[in-house]
Design a protein around this ligand. Structure first.
Ligand code: PLP
Length: 385
């Protein structure tokens, strides 16, 4: 069946109440028939729920949907996107191991690699996102995996997944892709050779700014390692949030279609605006990786980046002029959100690091929501004026 149908019709078996919509399993543990059932369950001779730190029916339904969307064999759901990033990397990397990551990664991922992994002697090298040829020169005998996001945050650059998949395969490295910006509806990295795909469910998956969540899906053997680590360390998603997310996935396709339509319209409007220096959106012909985006994405996503003429001061004036859109740090929400990366999410980076990630002083990131496009454009237009 098609993506939309699976997203709606994948459901836990009905209980004897024959409910139409799936019930909420708010339970920390599950009971056993007898001593033998209990022994066999703990020995993993049967697949069944034991304790919600390990598995829960609501999480299982959410995981099953995302596996179908991404073409994955197995998955594990987490309390946040960062819990997914940390637990996945920590489960796969041993002391002394090395990983290669794109330089443009989510801010907290960057901090994890720089401030915490060195405690366990896990090192990394960054590659520049416009120089994939450089990756091979960074590989050492200790290198175990390659990590990247596409489109990137906040620069909206696009990395060639097929090229990354080929490099990982040639050198027998694990390829991990954070697919949060695209959502599984727009892009399925496993098709291009990714071994594991990570999402922050907080963004487009929930899409209404209500819950934090994360998920890792991919090869059964690798997910098993992530599962063994996570069932002991305890980053599991709450059943309530899993239930919210599984319902949200039913509308993912229609929501993301409209996000992308609105984002493309705003990007085209900004491209013609005289107070704007440049606009970046994967499905604009002017995007440097337009062809790659067309190859691997169904549409351009919800995020548009642009630069206001006049640098920092003009950027601040733009934000103070915004009336309808939210000044907030989230993205992928039904409400449109504007952020100023240089003074907020990326203010801790040095100017050189910001420049390497394409973050200029006047740069604005818009997560284009589901309000009527005329109202979104009117607000951005009057703030630019
Ligand atoms: C938000 C985000 C994360 C972290 O997710 P949380 O749910 O906030 O922990 C990771 N990667 C990307 C690309 C994100 O946008």
């Amino acid at each position: 069946m098609q993506f939309e149908t699976n997203a709606i019709r994948t459901q836990l078996n009905r209980t004897e109440n024959l409910e139409h919509s799936v019930p909420l399993y708010l339970t920390s543990s599950f009971v056993f028939e007898d001593a033998e059932d209990m022994r066999a369950s703990f020995a993993e001779e049967k697949e069944r729920n034991i304790y919600s730190r390990y598995s829960n029916p609501n999480s299982s339904e959410f995981i099953e949907k995302v596996c179908q969307m991404e073409g994955a064999e197995a998955g594990f759901a987490f309390a946040s996107g960062m819990a997914a990033v940390f637990s996945t990397l920590a489960a796969l990397l041993d002391a002394g191991d090395h990983m290669i990551s794109a330089r443009s990664v989510f801010g907290s991922t960057h901090s994890l690699l720089n401030n915490f992994f060195p405690k366990w002697n896990i090192s990394h090298s960054y590659f520049k996102i416009d120089d994939l040829d450089n990756i091979e020169s960074l590989i050492t005998p200790k290198t175990k995996l390659i990590y990247a996001e596409t489109p990137t945050n906040p620069g909206v650059d696009v990395l060639d997944l097929e090229a990354l998949g080929a490099i990982a395969k040639k050198h027998k490295l694990i390829l991990v892709i954070d697919n949060c910006f695209a959502s599984p509806y727009l892009q399925q990295p496993i098709k291009f050779g990714a071994d594991l795909v990570i999402h922050s469910g907080t963004k487009l998956m929930d899409g209404q700014g209500r819950v934090l969540a994360g998920i890792t899906v991919g090869s059964a053997a690798l997910v098993d390692k992530v599962y063994r680590f996570s069932r002991i360390t305890g980053p599991a998603l709450s059943p309530f949030n899993a239930w919210v997310l599984s319902k949200s996935l039913e509308t993912l396709a229609v929501r993301v279609d409209r996000h992308c339509e609105n984002a493309l319209s705003l990007a085209k409007y900004l491209e013609k605006h005289k107070k704007v220096n440049w606009v970046k959106y994967p499905f604009l012909k002017s995007h440097p990786k337009y062809k790659v985006a067309k190859k691997q994405m169904k549409a351009g996503g919800c995020v548009v980046a642009f630069e206001v003429k006049g640098g920092l001061e003009a950027g601040r004036q733009f934000f103070d002029g915004i009336k309808l859109l939210s000044l907030s740090a989230n993205l992928g929400d039904s409400r449109s959100i504007v952020t100023h990366p240089a003074s907020t999410t990326h203010s801790k980076l040095s100017i050189e690091e910001r420049n390497e990630s394409g973050i200029t002083d006047g740069m604005v990131r818009v997560s284009v929501g589901l309000e009527h496009i005329d109202d979104i454009i009117a607000d951005v237009g009057q703030a630019l004026g």
